[in-house]
Write a protein of this length. Structure first.
Length: 201
């Protein structure tokens, strides 16, 4: 989308400077539809991930972002390609939209922990990304956003993209809740491994 491309290109030089951004593993992005899963440290995380990949990311965002901040914010989010999901509820419409994004060859962005956690603790995932992967047969690209403490201006922030997880590694057979939870934990373990790698740098 035009607004996404223009915004990314205009804000990238500023973001790189004020957050001292560093990217690793961008070559791991596969062709075609994929689900991007990352930890979630701050409200600016979608921009960090967008700066790291040249293709547009369609983010799922909590419905409160669209409902509680007025028409200007809501229209801006839609204009950037994001769409809402109602947490703690069965949101069939959002699931259908997410499936369409992936099947049409796009990048679907999901924060599987369901909200911001400002520290670098291990990820505790929800199963939404696993459900989309099971429905579409798409792989999952794990990523981590790391900062030594809360994200702040002029403090180094690193975005690391891991090796994509093919669907066969997620172990789907029957799509049961237990199976989706296991797949979600596989994704979380990969993200946690990326965080541990950063700790060791």
């Amino acid at each position: 989308m035009l607004l996404y491309s223009v915004g990314r290109n205009l804000l990238w030089p500023v973001g790189k400077l004020v957050f001292r951004l560093k990217f690793c593993g961008r070559e791991n992005l596969p062709e075609g539809g994929v689900i991007l899963c990352s930890n979630h440290k701050s409200v600016i995380d979608p921009a960090f991930l967008a700066f790291g990949l040249r293709r547009q990311i369609r983010f799922m965002g909590k419905s409160e972002l669209f409902d509680d901040h007025g028409a200007v914010v809501r229209n801006l989010l839609y204009g950037l390609g994001a769409f809402p999901v109602r947490r703690n509820a069965a949101d069939a419409e959002s699931v259908k939209r997410a499936i369409s994004v992936v099947r049409e060859g796009g990048i679907l962005g999901i924060f599987p922990q369901g909200g911001c956690v400002s520290d670098n603790l291990p990820l505790r995932p929800k199963a939404g990304a696993a459900l989309i992967a099971q429905k579409t047969g798409a792989g999952i690209l794990p990523a981590c956003i790391y900062c030594d403490g809360p994200v702040k201006l002029f403090r180094r922030t690193t975005v690391r993209f891991g090796r994509a997880i093919p669907p066969e590694e997620l172990g789907f057979t029957d799509g049961s809740r237990a199976e989706l939870r296991r797949a979600a934990q596989i994704v979380a373990d990969r993200i946690n491994s990326l965080l541990e790698e950063k700790h060791e740098d």
